[in-house]
Design a protein around this ligand. Sequence first.
Ligand SMILES: Cc1cc2nc3c(=O)[nH]c(=O)nc-3n(C[C@H](O)[C@H](O)[C@H](O)COP(=O)(O)O)c2cc1C
Length: 205
Amino acid sequence: MKVLIINGSPRPNGNTSIALKEMEKVFAAEGVETEILQIGNKDIRSCVACGSCAKTGACVFDDIVNEAAPKFEACDGLVVASPVYYASANATLVAFLTRLFYSTHFDKTMKVGASVVCARRGGLSATFDELNKFFTISGMPVASSRYWNSIHGRLPGEASQDEEGLLTMRTLARNMTFLMKSIALGKEAYGLPEKEAPVSTNFIR
Ligand SMILES: Cc1cc2nc3c(=O)[nH]c(=O)nc-3n(C[C@H](O)[C@H](O)[C@H](O)COP(=O)(O)O)c2cc1C
């Protein structure tokens, strides 16, 4: 079992990373391998709608998005974490996810997704919803916890005082592990769900 973790904070040792480290402890105890990609401090542009990936299966901008693609393909679960900026995800992370999900054509069905959000005070559930939408358009079941997956703090380190937030992260990692293991068993027993040929109507005809 392998989980790829994307940290969208530009502060690799900030509050978002405290949440992720709490999850990593549980994954390690459960025998789940993890890899963290720090992408929030990188210069990542967004999609330019050139359509090149439709032909090549890779983004025309050959950066960390294309490096992450095979790791995403190989993982059983994906954790996406963001600091809240103006009640939204960090724009660098959104650019990264937009290009990663749009440019890759491998089957993401039944890879488990989980999002984690971190803020001083507000905008957490809006950001949580925003991130989960990448999973729910891709056939990826979403792991949940005992609360929406959020942690609080402003200055780096403050999130370690949010005991409820930390418990939410540990529970999330346990639930995610259970889902990944159950899906692995289900795939063996039943295979992946049948897929129909795509229909794309653009609300016109
Ligand atoms: C540009 C910017 C916008 C922010 N917007 C919000 C916000 O809308 N709501 C909030 O509660 N905190 C907001 N914050 C505070 C961060 O979410 C908070 O400091 C968080 O701990 C950052 O996580 P990090 O340490 O992992 O980077 C903002 C911070 C910055 C730099």
